[in-house]
Design a protein around this ligand. Structure first.
Ligand SMILES: NC(=O)c1ccc[n+]([C@@H]2O[C@H](COP(=O)([O-])OP(=O)(O)OC[C@H]3O[C@@H](n4cnc5c(N)ncnc54)[C@H](O)[C@@H]3O)[C@@H](O)[C@H]2O)c1
Length: 348
């Protein structure tokens, strides 16, 4: 079966030559690797700083052999030569044999999380209640040669989260990693927040984090190991106008991370929280921000980036390296912690 792997890179304006040079330097050893078919480097049409390298292989075995061999290592070194912060994580087998569940995996950041975990060897359940997006995302990732399955879930419903865990266990027999990314957010001045919206947000963002963790916990306890990665938000550290309800839910997620880490640590389960800064997703930019500052998304992003230490917009792929760290053995002595990945906007 032909398989493909995609690498993503953010290239700072003016530094495009470096990525093109690295690509050219990689090609001879790739052409000599058994089972290699082709590699293309392309610039994303909608986002000119985002580049994608897509390689095509005759089989997963051929790709794995290349990644584990000297040519793969040499090419990783070449990629390491590309300035830090301007490239996405490469492919490794650090999650080989692991099974991950990503709630909210169908859209936005969740897609990058599923892709990143799967590119590094995990089998990934794309768990979401958005039927159309879930099936589309799973199909796209399968097309890229990644091992994923779509699973329907409403994280605010206990029976639904239990069914999610059961479906994953039936197919793959274990759950090593849970990423609690499912959330809802809307913006409104605090006097105008509807009570029903307040309740909905707490039901999904807070109760949903608890219920999904609860559902996956028995499988992790049985393994004697597990990684729960809660997705928080920079907004909790900085406070944001028009997001009182949302910021409260993300504060709860940070607190729950600490409390659960204490309870499950002795069982070998680590619980940490990854807090993204403003990230370029359809939901954050268009659906939500557009509602409070119509037609001013570009200005808003520019203002935000100007306050970051790292002066490029946050893309979903910018979070993946930290997610991999929190999901893999690399972070085995880390638990109850919250890491902000926001280009240095808030300091914590
Ligand atoms: N994009 C940002 O700027 C940003 C910044 C900080 C934190 N975050 C956090 O990152 C995560 C992803 O955000 P995003 O911007 O990608 O949003 P998104 O809306 O694109 O993705 C959220 C996903 O959660 C799913 N979901 C919502 N309610 C659900 C439920 N009850 N059951 C199952 N699935 C449900 C949605 O269908 C969607 O696929 C969220 O936790 C969000 O709070 C995002």
């Amino acid at each position: 079966m032909t398989v493909s792997r995609m690498y993503t890179f953010h290239v700072a304006p003016g530094r495009e030559g470096e990525i093109v040079a690295a690509y050219r330097a990689m090609m001879p050893s790739l052409r000599d690797s058994a089972g290699f078919i082709d590699m293309r480097l392309q610039r994303n049409r909608d986002e000119p700083t985002l580049w994608q390298g897509i390689s095509l292989w005759e089989s997963t075995e051929a790709l794995d052999a290349y990644a584990a061999g000297p040519a793969g290592a040499a090419n990783v070194q070449l990629m390491d030569g590309i300035p830090a912060g301007s490239r996405g994580p490469g492919v490794s087998g650090r999650l080989a044999g692991r099974v991950a569940v990503v709630t909210g995996g169908a859209n936005g950041l969740g897609v990058a999380f599923c892709r990143g975990l799967a590119q590094h060897g995990a089998r990934v359940a794309v768990a979401d209640w958005d039927d159309a997006a879930r099936e589309r995302t799973a199909a796209e990732l399968l097309e890229e040669g990644l091992e994923v399955m779509p699973v329907a879930v409403d994280v605010s419903d206990r029976g639904s989260t239990e069914a999610m865990a059961a479906a994953v266990l039936e197919r793959w027999g274990r759950i090593d990693v849970l990423v609690n990314s499912a959330a809802v957010y809307t913006a409104a001045p605090f006097e105008e927040i509807e009570e029903s919206e307040w309740d909905r947000m707490y039901a999904v963002n807070v109760k949903g984090t608890w219920l999904a963790s609860l559902a996956c916990f028995p499988a992790m306890r049985e393994l004697g190991k597990g990684k729960i990665v809660n997705i928080g938000s920079q907004t909790f550290f900085s406070g944001w106008p028009n997001y009182l309800h949302y910021v409260g839910t993300k504060g709860a997620v940070v607190g729950m991370t600490r409390a659960l880490a204490i309870e499950v640590g002795p069982l070998g389960i680590r619980v940490n929280c990854l807090c993204p800064g403003l990230s370029m997703t359809q939901k954050a930019l268009v659906d939500v921000h557009e509602s409070i500052r119509p037609g001013q998304v570009r200005e808003w992003v520019d203002e935000h980036v100007a306050e970051q230490c790292i002066r490029h917009p946050g893309y979903p792929e910018d979070l993946v390296g930290t997610l991999l760290y929190l999901s893999s053995d690399d972070s085995d002595f880390l638990t109850g912690q919250t890491i902000l990945v926001d280009g240095g906007w808030a300091k914590h």
